[in-house]
Design a protein around this ligand. Structure first.
Ligand code: FEO
Length: 168
């Protein structure tokens, strides 16, 4: 059975994952309207992944005798200067998510809730991957600068990543 504190922290994390999904969906739509089909595919998939992160939490909370709260969502920003701004925003958002996850892990230890601690390790690993990926993409964009041919290839690479199946 989850303690009230852990239940609240997990519900907060549900809201964060849901907001991330919504934010990446807005970024995907922006990219699609810019003709960046690969970037859009990548971001649509990323949005789906965040929804899956949310769903995993919803099911865990309910399975452990808590009540998952499905949050209302704010409209995300829709205006981006360029693609680099998108990936910088994505990276910043992921570092915030990492801090939140670390906070939940910390609380699990304080509350001696080792099953939730164990469950949260999946999120800890996921954050390492996501931050590393965002950092790599920003580095690539910095290298490309204003080179249109480079941007074309970048977008094509992301199409490959966007078309791979979702991780479960
Ligand atoms: Fe679910 Fe990208 O954090």
């Amino acid at each position: 059975m989850l303690s009230k504190k852990i239940e609240a922290a997990l519900n907060q994390q549900i809201a964060i994952e849901a907001m991330s999904s919504q934010a990446y969906l807005a970024m995907a739509s922006w990219a699609e309207n810019q003709g960046l089909g690969g970037t859009a595919a990548f971001l649509y998939k990323h949005s789906d992944e965040e929804r899956m992160h949310m769903l995993k939490l919803v099911k865990f909370v309910n399975e452990r005798g808590g009540k998952a709260v499905i949050p209302a969502l704010k409209q995300p920003g829709t205006n981006y200067k360029d693609i680099t701004e998108i990936f910088k925003a994505l990276f910043q958002s992921e570092t915030k998510v990492t801090n939140e996850i670390n906070g939940v892990v910390d609380l699990c230890l304080k509350e001696k809730d080792y099953s939730t601690h164990n469950f949260m390790q999946w999120y800890v690993s996921e954050q390492i991957e996501e931050e590393a990926l965002a950092r790599t993409l920003i580095d690539k964009l910095n290298l490309i600068g204003n080179d249109k041919g480079g941007l074309y290839l970048f977008d094509r690479d992301l199409l490959g990543m966007g078309n791979t199946p979702l991780k479960g």
